[in-house]
Design a protein around this ligand. Structure first.
Ligand SMILES: Cc1cc2nc3c(=O)[nH]c(=O)nc-3n(C[C@H](O)[C@H](O)[C@H](O)COP(=O)(O)OP(=O)(O)OC[C@H]3O[C@@H](n4cnc5c(N)ncnc54)[C@H](O)[C@@H]3O)c2cc1C
Length: 322
């Protein structure tokens, strides 16, 4: 089989690597090891060189560091301008991004510049026996899984956060760290302020307690929050509650909101529409609380609690209190 080399965009924010880097490295390492290829990372930012060793410890053979104050704030245009020449030079078979705020902005720009095909929002990437790369992504609100092979080179994919497994860190791993000259691009983007997108908190949460239209009034989110707090989790919501202005969009779980994969998902007064299931069906343990035993969410739930959420949640809180 021809060697398969992989280049990973190692996303960092404020000097901290996004955990998706380690997940992409886990997959990159697996693909490269199967074919005798290498795994490289592109790390861009200001004062970020110290992060390179962590990428090596998680599987990178070489980390190309673009370290300059002009890259301190993510700007898709200047990041693209530095990344594209590296891809042309290394000629990897596969370039991986996370389906994150910056990954979603950067990957299509890089793909366009390279005239390469991009498969966005993948949940799996496999190396076939014939050496081709199969990219799997949900389609039609997750009811189908599209299997995609890219004809152009390099294959490019963005991968959903928490879809892949990171390999354990090996601090003794050795790799190369290569400092690259940074091309400073006058950017038309003016940064007015900085902040962390709030939606990230439900995407990364280990416990999500999600309220649906079973909730009678906005103030009742307090009850849902008490359950989330008791479990060390965060509050999610279905789209109708967001559309009605009961809670902000960054809490919306689902196809047109945030895709979550917590260890524990509890849906209270949630029916389980296809659009909602598309955003949470990969959760570890799924608990559904609903007064109607026929709802779709019960069909995928590990635990089904049939009854009034206003009676069941206080009982759960009492038990958790013990
Ligand atoms: C293009 C598009 C994108 C969409 N994207 C999303 C998305 O990202 N996320 C999303 O969630 N939706 C999305 N939707 C909306 C989706 O189709 C559904 O309308 C929505 O998910 C239903 O939300 P729900 O389960 O809260 O409400 P409902 O379907 O009305 O369900 C409410 C449930 O509460 C139960 N209930 C009522 N009272 C109680 C009680 N006291 N105790 C216990 N249970 C009770 C009822 O039995 C019912 O099952 C989208 C729709 C479209 C068209």
């Amino acid at each position: 089989m021809e060697k398969r080399s992989v280049l990973i965009y190692a996303e960092q924010e404020g000097g901290k690597l996004h955990p998706i880097c380690f997940e992409l490295l886990g997959k990159g390492r697996e693909l490269a090891d199967k074919s005798g290829g290498v795994v490289s990372c592109a790390l861009l930012g200001s004062d970020v060189a110290a992060l390179a060793q962590d990428l090596v410890a998680h599987g990178a053979d070489t980390v190309y560091v673009f370290d300059d104050p002009s890259l301190a704030t993510f700007d898709a245009l200047s990041y693209k301008q530095n990344l594209v020449p590296l891809v042309k030079e290394l000629e990897p078979h596969l370039v991986l991004f996370g389906t994150t705020f910056s990954g979603k902005s950067l990957a299509p720009r890089v793909a366009t510049a390279l005239e390469a095909g991009l498969t966005s929002n993948c949940t799996a990437i496999e190396l076939q026996d014939d050496g081709s790369l199969l990219q799997v992504r949900p389609a039609f609100t997750g009811n189908f899984l599209a299997h995609i092979k890219t004809k152009s080179s390099p294959a490019m994919a963005s991968v959903r956060y928490r879809a892949l497994e990171a390999k354990p860190k090996d601090a003794s791993r050795k790799g190369q760290v290569v400092k690259r000259a940074v091309e400073k691009v006058p950017s038309p983007v003016k940064v007015l302020g900085k902040g962390t997108p709030k939606g990230a908190s439900i995407a990364a949460a280990n416990v999500v307690v999600c309220a649906g239209r079973g909730l009678k009034k906005p103030a009742d989110f307090a009850l849902v929050k008490r359950l989330a707090d008791a479990l060390g989790g965060v509050v999610g919501a279905t789209r109708p509650l967001v559309d009605d202005g009961w809670i902000s969009k960054d809490h919306q779980v689902g196809f047109s909101g945030t895709i979550v994969k917590p260890k524990l998902y509890i849906g209270v007064g949630v029916s389980g529409s296809p659009q909602h299931l598309a955003g949470m069906r990969e959760s570890g343990t799924i608990v559904a609380i609903n007064s109607d035993p026929s709802v779709a969410l019960f069909r995928i739930a590990d635990y089904a609690l049939v009854g009034d959420m206003y009676e069941i949640i206080p009982q759960l809180l009492e038990q958790l209190g013990k």
